[in-house]
Design a protein around this ligand. Structure first.
Ligand code: SF4
Ligand code: SF4
Length: 341
């Protein structure tokens, strides 16, 4: 679909939220609580956090919740009765998602829809519309331009807003979902914007490495135990990096029972956890943190791109901001980029 440009006036932001609410849509937007900025349900534009580089956690829970019930069961005498989850996801608009995070939704979709079609994920996916917000500032942790993105990338968004100096927004309508939303909002998006130099409004993020070359480097250093050990020495395997990551997709499935009833739950997991690959026999094929750190990087920069033709990392920098021991993924990647092939 050809991109259409329009203008969203700053005074139209309030009515935009009112109309989406009235249409029964759940709106998730970045909200500030203490030092944390998280995507949470909001009903008004006044609740949205302003003037930040990146939210603390991503919005991926909108399609891939941290914990979700897959089914419930009841044991009756010798028989167990399964009850499939019935509730249909509510139509949801994610407002103000950064371009890197919107691209990460595509990476998640590749995982949940390429081989096995995951209905729990896909049902939510069908109901979701992403209104992205271009970045006008970045910090030293951002490296989207090294992994195919940029601060005004339209990849993944249905509508992308770019803030203008006067407080209005340039709106790029990118998909049919975006078109339908704009059409339902009754003239809130005005004609205009075709002559705006969007590039000049965006944050500057200098590319630090080439993602395609990084795959070749990763494959070449796979057996370099010294490198992986050195890089992972500070890692305590807490999993914070995976839990804030917009593209990490590891999960575990557990049955929780109480009395004759129970639920099958899918919960976020992390390849950084020591128990992640522990077999019932006691054998653990990734028994050191170095192996687990290698797996994290190989998955994102070698196996993922090879299988899905998409980077498994969108360069949001959250893992480095969140790490309690100051592991910096960009620093580690640059070290690998300098390895001789
Ligand atoms: S957040 Fe840091 S310490 Fe925790 S698992 Fe990730 S890299 Fe290791
Ligand atoms: S690995 Fe780190 S920088 Fe890459 S997408 Fe995940 S949180 Fe962002």
């Amino acid at each position: 679909m050809a991109t259409e440009r329009k203008i969203l006036k700053k005074e139209s932001l309030g009515p935009l939220f009112e109309k989406m609410n009235a249409a029964g849509k759940r709106i998730l937007a970045p909200r500030k609580t203490g030092e944390q900025i998280r995507f949470e349900p909001v009903t008004s534009a006044n609740e949205i956090a302003a003037d930040f580089v990146q939210s603390t956690a991503s919005a991926k829970w909108a399609v891939f919740p941290a914990v979700e019930e897959m089914l419930s069961f009841r044991s009756l005498d010798k028989e167990t009765k399964l009850e499939a989850k019935q509730s249909k996801p509510q139509p949801t608009v994610v407002f103000g998602i950064r371009p890197c995070d919107a691209a990460a939704f595509k990476a998640l979709h590749a995982v949940f829809a390429t081989d096995y079609k995951d209905d729990l994920f896909l049902d939510r996916w069908e109901q979701i519309t992403l209104i992205g917000m271009s970045c006008t500032k970045a910090d030293d942790y951002c490296f989207c331009t090294s992994v195919g993105g940029n601060p005004g990338s339209t990849v993944g968004s249905d509508i992308l807003l770019t803030p203008l100096a006067n407080g209005d927004f340039l709106a790029e309508i990118l998909t049919e979902k975006g078109q339908q939303l704009v059409a339902s909002l009754d003239g809130l998006f005005a004609a205009g914007g075709s002559d705006i130099d969007k590039e000049s409004l965006l944050a500057k993020v200098t590319p630090k490495f080439d993602a395609k070359q990084m795959k070749a480097k990763m494959d070449a250093v796979f057996n370099n135990e010294k490198l992986w050990t050195r890089q992972s020495l500070r890692c305590i395997g807490c999993g914070a990096c995976a839990f804030v990551c917009p593209s990490c997709s590891c999960f575990d499935i557990q049955d929780e029972r109480y009395g004759g009833k129970g639920q099958r739950l899918r919960c976020w997991d992390s390849c950084g956890f020591g128990l992640f690959t522990l077999h019932t026999s006691g054998h653990n094929p990734r028994h050191t943190q170095a192996q687990r750190w290698r797996q994290r990087l190989m998955h994102k920069f070698s196996y993922g791109p090879e299988k899905y033709e998409l980077p498994g990392c969108v360069g949001c920098g959250r893992c480095s901001r969140a790490c309690p021991t100051d592991m910096n993924i960009l620093g580690h990647l640059l070290e690998i980029a300098e390895e001789k092939l």
